[in-house]
Design a protein around this ligand. Structure first.
Ligand code: MN
Length: 272
């Protein structure tokens, strides 16, 4: 069976880079506390909505320094707080003073931010209903308007095409660069036998897209079981519907945020 793979594995690589032991990068400057709070809450939302389990990460670009981004230290995202946020440069080096453990796959984020100035936030997950679509030849399609961004197309990154048999993790710059090429200008890229990456122009939208990618995967499986052709959104319908979703992202975000804050309060009471 032919996998629906992007034709990106023949591209040439830039020479392997390394920061050569230079001193740690400086911070891009202070940000509002709400940036860290939203990052922690977004991580908890992804966990609550079945996008993350103990693994997975959400990041956001520094609002005033585009060559810096934030994510939590290496930890289960459902436990994230605003005190767990680390700042990294676009080589995935932590800024000066940071000593906490970092995610092995943080390079996914740095390479996408480097290549895609339009991207302000990224979710990498092993969102379970999405994983099967990365191992079959049946491409993911936009089954309903809330997942309209999927209509633009969903490539699949097969790490073995360039790197042979590996642990499947995108744990260095070269692998992340190959994934970024496969993502291209799209909003979602599947990762064979691993998970997916979802990008967006805001943190709220990245979280919503990650949630609706998971929901869409379930709905596509159900539609497939009904049999017959699938009348999914066309590419143009996807563009039109996505504009509405982008404008309306505040609604799901406010709901999910309130639910996450309530759970945090309940946890705090139980801890007392
Ligand atoms: Mn992963």
């Amino acid at each position: 069976m032919r996998l629906h793979l992007c034709n990106c594995f023949n591209a040439t690589f830039a020479a392997a880079d390394s920061p050569s032991g230079a001193s740690a990068p400086q911070s891009g400057g202070p940000v509002e506390r709400s940036v860290f709070e939203d990052l922690a809450i977004g991580s908890r939302i992804c966990a609550a909505e079945n996008v993350f389990d103990a693994f997975g990460h959400l990041s956001v670009r520094h609002p005033t320094a585009p060559d810096r981004f934030f994510m939590t230290k290496s930890m289960a995202p459902a436990l994230a707080t605003a005190d767990d946020i680390v700042e990294l440069d676009l080589e995935s080096n932590p800024c000066a003073g940071e000593t906490r453990p970092l995610f092995l796959e943080r390079f996914i984020h740095s390479e996408i931010y480097k290549a895609r100035p339009d991207v302000q936030s990224i979710v990498h997950s092993h969102s379970p209903s999405v994983v099967p679509f990365g191992v079959v030849g049946n491409p993911m399609r936009a089954i309903f308007h809330t997942a309209a961004f999927i209509a633009a197309g969903v490539p699949t990154f097969d790490i073995s095409q360039e790197f042979g048999e590996t642990d499947m993790l995108v744990g260095n710059r070269d692998k992340a660069r190959a994934l970024t090429r496969c993502l291209g200008d799209k909003s979602v890229c599947l990762m064979r036998a691993h998970g997916s990456v979802v990008v967006a122009p805001s943190l709220q939208l990245a979280v919503a897209r990650a949630v609706y990618t998971e929901v869409n995967a379930k709905l596509q499986l159900q539609a497939t079981m009904l049999g017959g052709p699938i009348a999914a959104l066309s590419e143009s319908e996807g563009r039109i519907a996505d504009a509405v979703n982008i404008a309306g992202v505040g609604r799901p975000w406010e709901l999910w945020k309130r639910q996450a804050l309530r759970r945090m309060r309940e946890e705090a009471e139980l801890d007392d």
